[in-house]
Structures are given as structure tokens and as C-alpha cells.
Design a protein around this ligand. Structure first.
Ligand SMILES: NC(=O)c1ccc[n+]([C@@H]2O[C@H](COP(=O)([O-])OP(=O)(O)OC[C@H]3O[C@@H](n4cnc5c(N)ncnc54)[C@H](O)[C@@H]3O)[C@@H](O)[C@H]2O)c1
Length: 440
């Protein structure tokens, strides 16, 4: 027998041991005699904590003390902590930390690396670490796994299991929550993949799909969001073209949608933590392996250009009424990145407001979902004006309370030119004629 043969044999032995250990771990989890730690209790981690703790013992950990206090205010018995040693007894670690981009639009892996470092200190033989954060294909095994390995001194896929289970939750949409959304999972070994599958099956009623490798699962997640970004960018480019051709994009889409294989998407501002960020992870990885991406990059560029396009359109509309954008009074309804939530991350309405302010406009913002301090910190001070004095109104977010305002409300706010930019088409068709109406 060669030395390589001996090594193969001992790895096979450990793998068999590991499969048995993982089965044993699952039994203990179900019996609540061992626990899971969730790292990062934000939009993804907190619902996971709440859902999983109905079935297994869970300790939630977040680096942000104020977040822990806030969770405990609404749930006094919540097992949540901002002290790392409190998660040392866990056997399963689930990482739900942010994966943002830097100012240069490159992946910012700081939180992922720091949380991996923290876990590595407590990692024991037989433990499982599952990442839920959205990353580029290869990231978990190239960036996180070495940190776990070095920090713990344990062999990955032999002495501990590494898994990946990207989240698809949609904040603010009740029908699309954790337990009823299908999920893709994977891990570095076959027994690991089965374990991760069985673990999520404890609290997910929908399909849990096992991808053959972590890389495939990472790629699947990033592709889901990149596809959506691109589909919307095509609509946005069409909206720009049709605006110049004086054609209503919505009417075009309604007509085209009568074909059996037409995919209906709508133009709009693409913000938030996922769709407007994740494609940059794929762009980065594509460049790292020597391919300069064209389609994906163009989609991002168009979607990021849209706020400026709208600001310029409003400027030219006002000019036709002999109103200069400098000093114009503009009221914007909705500042969040989508309707009926308070999430401001990467909101393109903020970019639109800043573009208008850069042109000298006086912009007033109304958003009942966001407190005034946050609005001020994002777009600077503004003065609320009286009814009837706004040169233009922009309906930017389709919050229920904005839709409920109705055409008369917008009409009465506006000066005699009645310029209404209805980005989300909240006004009934019958009321459009009362305004100088523009929509995407
Ligand atoms: N929000 C969504 O709808 C959504 C959907 C699918 C996937 N994702 C992905 O899930 C991941 C998490 O996103 P999110 O929206 O929950 O982010 P978030 O900002 O809402 O929450 C992340 C939490 O992690 C905490 N944190 C940061 N560093 C930490 C560390 N080192 N240790 C412990 N806690 C730490 C932060 O304090 C914060 O409370 C991201 O990769 C995101 O792309 C998000």
C-alpha cells in the first residue's frame, strides 16, 4: 500500500465516521439536547432564528448590541446574545451576515471573514458550519473555509462539515416567507449534503433541493438575482427608448404580452440589498477568471442610470413650463427600495432625490415607513411646504398608504402645471388627463 493509499483509506474511514456523527447530531438536535447558533440576526437571520427555534434549540448571536436589545424588547425570552462565548456550545453554526459591496462595487467580505474567524475559535470535531449569505461561486470554500480550518486546526470535510444554503426570503411579502419557500442546499461531502437537507426540512414545508456542490448552490443563488436584474434592465432600456419615441411602455408591454412566450417585466428603480448588489459579485468573479462580462455589466449600468434619467426627464418637463429645476419645489412619495417596508438599503429613490438636489431643486419627502431622522441623514434637510405649491410630485414607491392618497390629493398639492411623475402607476387611467402625467 502506498502512502497516498493509506491517506485515502483514513479519509474514507473519517467520512464514514462523519456520516454516523451527523446522523447522531440530527437525533440530538431533534431531541433539543444540542444547539444551533445563528450568526447575524438581520432580515435573514432573525426570521431563521424564530422559525428554527420552534423545532430545535437555537442561540442567536449578533455583533450589534442594540440589535440584541431591540429583539429582547419584543421577546423577553429570546435566546439572543452579543457575546461570542455564548455560542461556544453549538454544534451547528449558521452564518447570515451581510455581504455588501465596497465603494468600488467589489465584494466586501469583511463580515463573512470576521464571523468565520469567531466561529473557528469554538469549532469542534463533528460540527457543521452552514453559510446563508449570498456570495460568488467559490467564495465559501476559497475564503471562509481556510479561516475555519486555520482557526480551529480541524480538517474540513473530514473533521467538520461546511455547507451552503442561500436564503430566498422576500421582506414584506407574507406569502414568501422562510418556511414556504423552496431552497437550494449543498455541502462539501455527501453526508454533509444530506444533513443540511434534513436540517432545513425540519422547518421548510417546500422543496429542499440538494445541489451537487457548494459552488453550484452559490452560483444558483447569484444567477436568480442576476436574471431579475437583467430582465428589469431590459425594460428600463425600453422605457428610455420609448420615452424618446413618445410611446407608452406599459401599452407596449400589454400588447407584447399577448404572445405565448413573452416574459412580462416592468421598468423600475432597482435597489435593495440583493438584486442591485449580487450581480457585482458575479462580475467580480467573472473578471477574476479572465472573462470581461458584457451583458451583466450593461444591465447594472442601465439600472444604476435610471435615477438620473428620471431627474433629467423632470428637469426638461419643468423647463417646458418655464420652471427652472434650480429652486423648483418637488415632493417625493416613498423613499424605501420597495413598497410597504422600511428597508432603505441601496434605495434608488435616494439617488433620484440626490440627483434632483444636485440640480438645485428643493425636495420634500413623505414616507410613513421611515423616520424623519433617517430621511434627513440620507438626503439632508428639507422643508415641508404647504399644499398647492409643489412644481412637481413624484410617486416613487407604491406603499399602500401612498396609493390610498388618490388623484385628488396629488392634484391639490400641485401648482397649476400639475406635473405628476407616477413611477409606480398608482393613478387610475381616468385621472391621468388631469395631470401633466409621466410614467416609466
Ligand atoms: N434581506 C434579504 O431579503 C435577503 C434575501 C436573501 C439573501 N440575503 C442575503 O443574506 C445575507 C444577510 O442579509 P440581511 O439582509 O439579513 O443583512 P442585515 O444587514 O439585515 O443583517 C445582518 C446582521 O448581521 C450582523 N453582523 C454583521 N457582522 C457580524 C458578525 N461578524 N458577527 C455577528 N453578526 C454580524 C449585523 O449586525 C446585522 O444585524 C446577505 O448575504 C444577503 O445578501 C438577504
Amino acid at each position: 500500500m502506498t502512502i497516498e493509499g493509506d491517506i485515502d483509506k483514513s479519509i474514507a474511514f473519517f467520512c464514514t465516521m462523519m456520516a454516523a456523527d451527523l446522523q447522531d447530531l440530527m437525533i440530538k438536535l431533534k431531541a433539543r439536547t444540542t444547539s444551533v447558533a445563528i450568526i447575524g440576526l438581520g432580515y435573514v437571520g432573525l426570521p431563521l432564528y424564530r422559525c428554527a427555534s420552534q423545532y430545535v434549540e437555537v442561540m442567536g448571536y449578533d455583533i450589534d448590541e442594540s440589535r440584541i436589545k431591540m429583539i429582547k424588547m419584543t421577546d423577553h425570552d429570546a435566546k439572543v446574545t452579543s457575546s461570542v462565548p455564548d455560542i461556544s456550545k453549538a454544534f451547528v453554526y449558521i452564518v447570515c451576515v451581510p455581504t455588501d459591496i465596497t465603494k468600488d462595487k467589489l465584494p466586501d467580505l469583511t463580515h463573512l471573514k470576521e464571523s468565520s474567524q469567531a466561529i473557528s475559535k469554538w469549532l469542534n470535531k463533528g460540527d457543521v458550519v452552514i453559510y446563508e449569505s449570498t456570495v460568488y461561486p467559490g467564495c465559501t470554500e476559497e475564503e471562509c473555509l481556510p479561516i475555519l480550518e486555520t482557526g480551529s486546526g480541524l480538517k474540513p470535510n473530514v473533521e467538520f462539515t461546511i455547507g451552503y444554503a442561500p436564503e430566498r426570503i422576500v421582506p414584506g411579502v407574507a406569502d414568501l416567507q422562510l418556511s414556504n419557500i423552496s431552497r437550494v442546499v449543498s455541502a462539501g461531502t455527501e453526508s454533509g449534503r444530506q444533513f443540511v437537507h434534513d436540517f432545513y426540512k425540519l422547518f421548510i414545508n417546500a422543496d429542499v433541493h440538494i445541489a451537487p456542490s457548494i459552488k453550484v448552490a452559490e452560483a444558483a443563488k447569484i444567477v436568480e438575482n442576476t436574471q431579475r436584474d437583467l430582465n428589469i434592465s431590459l425594460m428600463n432600456e425600453l422605457a428610455i427608448i420609448f420615452d424618446k419615441l413618445d410611446i407608452d411602455t406599459q401599452e407596449v408591454l400589454e400588447a407584447a404580452d399577448t404572445k405565448w412566450n413573452f416574459h412580462k417585466y416592468h421598468p423600475g428603480l432597482v435597489g435593495g440589498h440583493c438584486i442591485s448588489v449580487d450581480p457585482f459579485y458575479l462580475l467580480y468573479k467573472s473578471r477574476a477568471v479572465g472573462h470581461e462580462p458584457k451583458v451583466i455589466a450593461a444591465g447594472r449600468e442601465i439600472n444604476d442610470y435610471l435615477p438620473l434619467f428620471i431627474a433629467e426627464k423632470l428637469e426638461s418637463t419643468l423647463l417646458k413650463n418655464n420652471v427652472a429645476i434650480k429652486g423648483a419645489r418637488i415632493i417625493v412619495f416613498g423613499l424605501t427600495f420597495k413598497e410597504n417596508i422600511d428597508d432603505m438599503r441601496n434605495s434608488k429613490v435616494v439617488d433620484l432625490v440626490k440627483a434632483l438636489q444636485a440640480k438645485g431643486a428643493n425636495v420634500t419627502i413623505k414616507d410613513s415607513h421611515v423616520n424623519e431622522e433617517i430621511i434627513h441623514s440620507l438626503v439632508g434637510p428639507y422643508v415641508a411646504s404647504e399644499d398647492g405649491v409643489y412644481d412637481a410630485a413624484i410617486v416613487a414607491v407604491k406603499h399602500d398608504d401612498v396609493v390610498a392618497l388618490g388623484a385628488d390629493y396629488f392634484y391639490n398639492l400641485l401648482t397649476e402645471d400639475k406635473v405628476l411623475f407616477d413611477l409606480k402607476r398608482v393613478i387610475d387611467s381616468s385621472d391621468k388627463e388631469r395631470f401633466q402625467y409621466w410614467a416609466l
